[in-house]
Design a protein around this ligand. Structure first.
Ligand SMILES: O=C(O)C(=O)C[C@H](O)[C@H](O)COP(=O)(O)O
Length: 205
């Protein structure tokens, strides 16, 4: 997971309604300089979108997000997902991901969940929902008892605050949906998405 997160300090989190548009969306993000994409398993077309990106845009690393059940793990792997993201911490998902041989970024928002993640050997976690759960203040507080843990804050992160998160020593990357606004995706406005991706890749607000 560390190597994967090092590839991209900003991970676009995308809900795709139409799998046919997924490769063009992925190409726009890649053209802007982002090389990782997380497709949320929230839409009917999500697995087909993962498969289309894996097949047609091999230069972007595609992962599946919003995993809430262990049963989704094999489906995501079979579609071509190269990593998995979960909004919470689930022993069943941890076990299934290990069995599937895929890296998992599990979600945590409390010290108790961090202790479970740490005991299971994780050194990278998603901090979700980042802003409602305390944002930068919480991440600074976690750095005391969990000095080795690295966080990918997601949930409420946007162009106006992502650089503040990335300045923290325990934050190698952030995730968010701000790079792929639903109206731009629906309209197929790939140049707008490329512009947003380029701003994020270059560390501009
Ligand atoms: O679907 C998931 O797996 C989630 O955990 C939630 C997403 O990561 C956030 O919805 C992205 O947050 P926003 O950038 O605030 O839209």
């Amino acid at each position: 997971m560390q190597a994967l997160l090092a590839r991209s300090p900003v991970i676009p989190v995308v809900a795709i309604e139409d799998a046919a548009a997924a490769p063009a969306l992925a190409r726009a993000l890649l053209a802007g300089g982002l090389s990782v994409i997380e497709v949320t398993l929230r839409t009917d077309d999500a697995l087909a979108a993962v498969a289309a990106i894996a097949r047609d845009v091999p230069d972007i690393t595609v992962g599946a997000g919003t995993l809430t059940t262990a049963g989704q793990v094999d489906a995501a792997r079979d579609a071509g997902a190269r990593f998995l993201v979960s909004p919470g911490y689930s022993d069943a998902i941890v076990e299934a991901a290990e069995h599937a041989g895929l890296s998992l970024l599990p979600g945590v928002s409390t010290a108790t969940e961090l202790m479970r993640a740490q005991a299971d050997g994780f050194d990278h976690v998603k901090f979700f929902p980042a802003v409602p759960s305390g944002g930068i203040g919480a991440l600074n507080a976690f750095s005391g008892p969990f000095p080795a843990m690295r966080f990918c804050p997601t949930g409420g992160v946007h162009s106006g605050n992502y650089l503040d998160f990335l300045q923290l020593p325990n934050v190698p990357c952030v995730g968010g949906s701000w790079l792929t606004p639903a109206d731009a995706v629906a309209a197929g406005d790939w140049s707008h998405i490329e512009t947003l991706a380029a701003s994020a890749a270059e560390g501009r607000r």
